[in-house]
Write a protein that binds this ligand. Structure first.
Ligand code: PMP
Length: 436
């Protein structure tokens, strides 16, 4: 960091809680445009994080800024009743939902993903009259009291319990580190069979499951895509038990994986979707969208939220949706193509290193798992991971890791990133990793 950045950092450390996600990460945002950001000293960096999968259409998109500016002159806050913009947004969201929900759903608006998941938990209880929920190892669904119970990860849980009762965690299909010690496809999807076993066998204790909540590609848990058969098998197991299927698309949605919704890669029709991040883009806008017949079972006035459906954030969200879906979803389709190019480039470079163990993911939701060596697959230690991140920062690129061991680099740039910047970012990653 330069002198101005260092001063801001100190001011931040002295006055803000470091419980925040970024902790003491040594960067200060001053400006952001498209897929680049500037710090207070004027350094321009490639933004490979998109504010953690948020800025899908790029930072400060001129059309979003113009639409918000116009809206600011007429109405912003309207508390939790109808306003013209939130109603328009609810209709627009209904039109872009995947099969099963499209034009047959009701939306509930929040300001972030945690609020959406929190609401889903309450709604599931009311709709089904059941109080168990199945979530998965490596899952991240937010850190409020309810949703934190679904989230895994020692840093979020240890010392913060007790959590809500009735949560059952099962293995996510993490093929690179299969907890059953099996290999795809000879495994015959043991992990999916296990979900069915837990849900549909007497004496497993899962007798009252109202819903299964799952990320169609795991985010914080390490950018892990499941094998193609997995989600359809889970859906079948849910149907047998009479449990609802919730797709948490907060991180993987809004076009990031090369489809509007990540679940669309599987053909599964969810009963509910939680969404956020890329939908609001630069603005805090998230929500829960649920099937109409299920929504009819929720009592009026049972879940108030003062800032829900703010007219300005609604406009930002609608403009984002327009940009993502116009020209036959060209930007989303480009994410799929560019993502393949990035994976190819990293895989090619990985041949010359010992420490890039796995390159995976859909669209621009790419995980690069770093290891001590490819044979042992021992996760690369935190010191080395930290050195690479700082090396990338010094070379002009922001990277935020994820994964159970904090050893997965994630390529989640704005979908508008230029090909040139994307390839440059691959080279920076490979060069820096080669120094370890
Ligand atoms: N669900 C998923 C899948 C997420 O990735 C996140 C955030 N990383 C959340 C929920 C919580 O969202 P927020 O931080 O906006 O509350």
């Amino acid at each position: 960091p330069g002198p101005k950045t260092a001063e801001y950092l100190q001011g931040s450390f002295d006055n803000e809680s470091m419980a925040r996600g970024g902790g003491k990460f040594p960067f200060v945002f001053s400006e952001g445009k498209g897929a680049t950001v500037k710090d207070p000293d004027g350094n321009v960096l490639i933004d490979i994080t998109a504010g953690v999968a948020v800025n899908s259409v790029g930072r400060c998109h001129p059309r979003v800024v113009a639409a918000m500016t116009a809206q600011m002159n007429s109405l912003m806050h309207a508390s939790d009743i109808s306003n013209v913009r939130r109603t328009e947004l609810a209709k627009k969201v209904a039109g872009i939902m995947p099969a099963g929900l499209k034009d047959n759903c009701i939306s509930y608006f929040t300001q972030g993903g945690s609020g959406a998941v929190e609401t889903a938990i309450k709604f599931v209880r009311k709709i089904t009259g059941r109080n168990q929920i199945i979530a998965f190892h490596g899952a991240y669904h937010g850190v409020w009291c309810g949703c934190n119970s679904l989230t895994t990860g020692d840093q979020y849980r240890k010392g913060y319990g007790p959590f809500i009762p009735g949560v059952i965690h099962l293995p996510y299909p993490y093929c690179y580190r299969c907890c059953f010690g099996l290999e795809y496809p000879s495994c015959k999807m043991r992990c999916a069979q296990y979900v069915d076993y837990v849900l549909n066998t007497p004496y497993t204790g899962a007798d009252d499951v109202g819903a299964v909540i799952i990320e169609a590609q795991q985010g914080e848990g390490g950018y892990v895509p499941p094998p193609p058969e997995y989600l359809p098998m889970v859906k079948k197991a849910c149907e047998k038990h009479g449990a609802l299927y919730i797709s948490d698309e907060v991180q993987a949605g809004a076009g990031r994986t090369g489809k509007m919704w990540c679940i669309e890669h599987s053909g599964v029709e969810p009963d509910m979707i939680t969404w956020g991040k890329g939908m609001g883009g630069d603005m805090p806008m998230a929500g829960l969208t649920i099937r109409k017949d299920l929504a009819a079972l929720i009592d009026d006035h049972s879940q108030p939220n003062t800032f829900a459906g703010n007219a300005v954030t609604s406009v930002a969200c609608m403009t984002n949706i327009d940009i993502l879906t116009e020209n036959d979803r060209a930007l989303i389709k480009r994410a799929a193509v560019l993502g393949e190019e990035i994976k190819d480039r990293i895989r090619e470079g990985a041949k010359n290193t010992r420490i890039i163990g796995d390159v995976r993911g859909n669209g621009l939701m790419i995980g690069i798992e770093m290891v001590e060596d490819k044979e042992s697959r021992v996760p690369l230690g935190r010191d080395d991971v930290g050195k690479i991140i700082m090396g990338m920062l010094a070379r002009g690129m922001i990277m935020v890791p994820c994964g159970r061991f904090g050893n997965v680099f994630r390529f989640m740039p704005p979908l508008v990133i230029t090909r040139e910047h994307a390839m440059k970012a691959c080279d920076i990653l490979l060069e820096t990793a080669a120094e370890i």
